[in-house]
Design a protein around this ligand. Structure first.
Ligand code: GLN
Length: 496
């Protein structure tokens, strides 16, 4: 199988990962310029993007201008911020004033945003250079990055495999060395599942921790923006820059953002690590089970206390999600009528407005988005609202309570991120099997708690060696604990 992943992702024999923090330092020390780093990644994109299709748009000239201005400021003795020298890719459902914001949909094929997402703006203010917009499942609906208006994304670890979704372009870009880090969005697993499939770190913060302003809305009560990176330290750095209250998003929390690594390395001794029985089942791929058991044993030898816990509502997460997310999507996507903006079908003589709307939406949206709109409209319709939508909200409450109960017994939860490694592009999964990819990840969105995926080694599948992820979850706003635990686990792995 052909690989295009970047070997420099791997840690060296002393366990040092060639991560963003190290690279940014070399720009500061004057060993290399931002421009040099950018040019290297632009050539990398030229080399691999025709195969991977990870980028919709490369912002070459804008990025060169930014990189040069960062280098000029550094040369003048200025401090352009903690991300000076960093090259970042941005999922194409985040509004940027440079380039288009298409959400991988014909509906927004030519859309240029007049404003920038707060998360992107904060990265720029911290000195980051945005290299391009990454491919995704249309409107972030999917788990394979195949529901794309302009072709699927391929996995750098094996180009006949999917990279996961919906932030597949972002994960593939990082894994292939086309960016230091990338932004994704996660409504039910869209940062963590592609991170797992591509051997990256992916963080979904607590709901309300990072502003959603400028993120094209899918399921507004579930959506969060987060980083996809090569190391936990990189994810922490981006998290710190982006997190915090934003007057443009009333759901952002006023709670102080802690600096995850200010307390130094976490000692795993004394950390109570919970393992939900429902996440370690025979339904998982044998390689996933083996890799997870190895991590558990490593943690035990590092002194963590392992507690078995129960999350019996785990398997109700998917059905709850597939009522709430489509309900919110059907409402959020009602704005694309082709009149105010977006694709508009050619009007036919004698046709009424209703028909024009219907044809416009039929042409502009792909099949999965149409399916979600129909599902959502159905569960919100007068006769079914209570039976589906109200009931799903009740189960949502129960899932939250179940997490509260479990976090009284342990500090963090671990499990596999996905039941299997990346599947093949031609797997042609039916919608429900595709939805089941998120069985371990959706509940964090339903409960609003922070969660992340970190690399957990490679497994053999049908002759290919593919990465899998370890999933970690923590109580709301406990990102510091989550990131510090992830970092400690990452360190035990690189020593192993
Ligand atoms: N795979 C899930 C879906 O299709 C989650 C997507 C996401 O997190 N954006 O809806």
């Amino acid at each position: 199988m052909e690989h295009v992943n970047n070997e420099s992702n791997q840690s060296d024999d002393r366990g040092h990962v060639d991560d963003l923090v190290t690279r940014v330092r070399s720009v500061r020390n004057g060993e290399v310029t931002t421009r040099d780093r950018l040019e290297e990644m632009l050539s990398r994109i030229d080399e691999v993007n025709p195969t991977l299709n990870a980028f919709h748009e490369v912002l070459g000239e804008d990025a060169r201008r930014h990189a040069d201005s960062i280098d000029a400021r550094l040369a003048a003795g200025d401090d352009p911020g903690p991300l000076a020298g960093a090259i970042v890719a941005v999922k194409d459902n985040l509004c940027t004033t440079e380039g288009r914001t298409t959400c991988s949909s014909r509906m927004l094929e030519h859309y240029r945003s007049p404003f920038e997402a707060t998360a992107v703006e904060r990265l720029r203010k911290a000195g980051a250079t945005i290299i391009g917009k990454t491919n995704l499942d249309e409107f972030a609906m999917g788990s394979s990055s195949e529901n794309c208006a302009w072709g699927p994304v391929r996995n750098p670890h094996g180009v006949d495999r999917v990279p996961g979704g919906s932030s597949g372009g972002s994960a593939a870009a990082v894994a292939a060395g086309c960016a230091d880090v990338a932004l994704g969005s996660d409504t039910g697993g869209s940062i963590r599942q592609p991170a797992a499939f591509c051997g990256c770190v992916g963080l979904k913060p607590t709901y309300g921790r990072i502003s959603r302003y400028g993120l094209v809305a899918f399921g507004s009560s579930l959506d969060q923006i987060g980083p996809i990176s090569r190391s936990v330290r990189d994810a922490s750095l981006l998290y710190e820059v982006m997190a915090g209250v934003d007057p443009h998003d009333a759901t952002t929390s006023e709670l102080q953002v802690e600096s995850p690594h200010s307390d130094g390395p976490l000692d795993l001794r004394g950390v109570r690590v919970g393992i939900p029985r429902e996440h370690v089942t025979d339904e998982n791929h044998p390689g996933v089970t083996r890799s997870f058991e190895e991590t558990r044993d490593t943690l035990r030898s590092a002194g963590a206390s392992i507690v078995d816990v129960d999350l019996p509502l785990t398997h109700h997460g998917i059905s709850t999600y597939y009522v709430i997310a489509p309900a919110e999507a059907s409402s959020n996507l009602a704005r694309y009528d082709g009149i105010r903006y977006g694709h508009r079908a050619e009007a036919r003589p004698g046709e009424g407005l209703e028909e024009l709307y219907a044809r416009t939406r039929g042409e502009g949206f792909g099949p999965e988005v149409r399916r979600r709109i129909m599902l959502g409209t159905y569960v919100l319709s007068a006769g079914y609202y209570d039976a589906y939508y109200t009931r799903a909200l009740k189960v949502r409450r129960l899932i939250k309570q179940e997490f509260d109960g479990v976090f009284a017994q342990c500090d963090v939860l671990i499990g596999p991120t996905t039941p299997s490694p990346a599947f093949r592009l031609d797997a042609d999964l039916d919608p429900v099997s595709m939805y089941l990819n998120d069985v371990y990840t959706v509940n964090a969105n339903i409960a609003g708690i922070p969660a992340m995926s970190i690399p957990s080694g490679h497994v053999e599948d049908d002759g290919d060696s593919l990465p899998v992820g370890l999933h970690l979850q923590a109580p709301a706003f406990a990102e510091s604990l989550l990131l510090r635990t992830a970092s400690a686990i990452e360190a035990t792995r690189s020593k192993a």
